[in-house]
Design a protein around this ligand. Sequence first.
Ligand SMILES: NC(=O)c1ccc[n+]([C@@H]2O[C@H](COP(=O)([O-])OP(=O)(O)OC[C@H]3O[C@@H](n4cnc5c(N)ncnc54)[C@H](OP(=O)(O)O)[C@@H]3O)[C@@H](O)[C@H]2O)c1
Length: 243
Amino acid sequence: MKYVLIIGAKSELGIELARLYASNQYNLYLAGRSINDLQDEADYLERTFSIKVTLSNLDVTDFISHQKFYESMTIKPIGVIYAAGYYPNPFSAITNWEESANTISVNYAGAVSLLNIISEEFYQYKLGFIVGIASVSGVRGRAKNYIYGSSKAALIAYLSGLRNKLDKSKVNVLTVISGYVQTKKSPKNGLSKSLVIHPKQLAKKIFIAQQEQKSIIYSSYVWRIIMFIIKILPESIFKKLNI
Ligand SMILES: NC(=O)c1ccc[n+]([C@@H]2O[C@H](COP(=O)([O-])OP(=O)(O)OC[C@H]3O[C@@H](n4cnc5c(N)ncnc54)[C@H](OP(=O)(O)O)[C@@H]3O)[C@@H](O)[C@H]2O)c1
């Protein structure tokens, strides 16, 4: 009975991942705030794929609750996907500390707090996989959104360190560096199609990469090329750009 834990399961990406893992015969722990909103989806997945779905309320910024949350899972998951995220208004993220702090807490500190606990067990038992959803904004800080970007950069560095440590235990850590995701909340109208991915497509890429034990994937090859160029630009040029 293998379980996958999806943190931030209420996002469209989280739901698509849940459907994909369920259709591949994984039982699910779906975690997030007001998670009972997913009851109908959970019932549907259980009926359709004959699997078990457990909904768990979890606020990733409530660090003190994380150990108890993990202990509450009687059968421990063999994989965890951290899909929780927060994209603040870039202006208020700078002028309002609460916005900055929440961005850092959801995108980075929450992941560290939860994955520190879970990865330790994977390390000891030499079993499991970890997936973290980062962003192209985390590859190089830009004036446009550097609070969000730096929180995702920290996540990328954390996952890199975790991968380096857990490789010895045959535990795979996958970093997903995503460009724009087409969601109802943020429709991304007017952007070139090659830059935007639908949550269902992204979920499929993530599932395949996780099964193939990949380390880092981009949401598309176009983003991989763009970020390669952005990374190698000298700072003297990069700091003058308006991108
Ligand atoms: N959308 C994009 O263009 C884009 C691009 C690159 C990367 N990403 C990343 O992809 C992932 C999914 O993003 P999305 O755009 O689909 O965003 P989203 O709909 O805003 O999803 C974010 C998820 O995080 C959850 N979350 C936020 N704060 C939380 C907290 N304190 N405790 C528990 N859960 C919390 C949200 O739950 P609630 O429903 O309770 O708020 C929601 O389920 C995120 O990691 C995001 O950073 C997105």
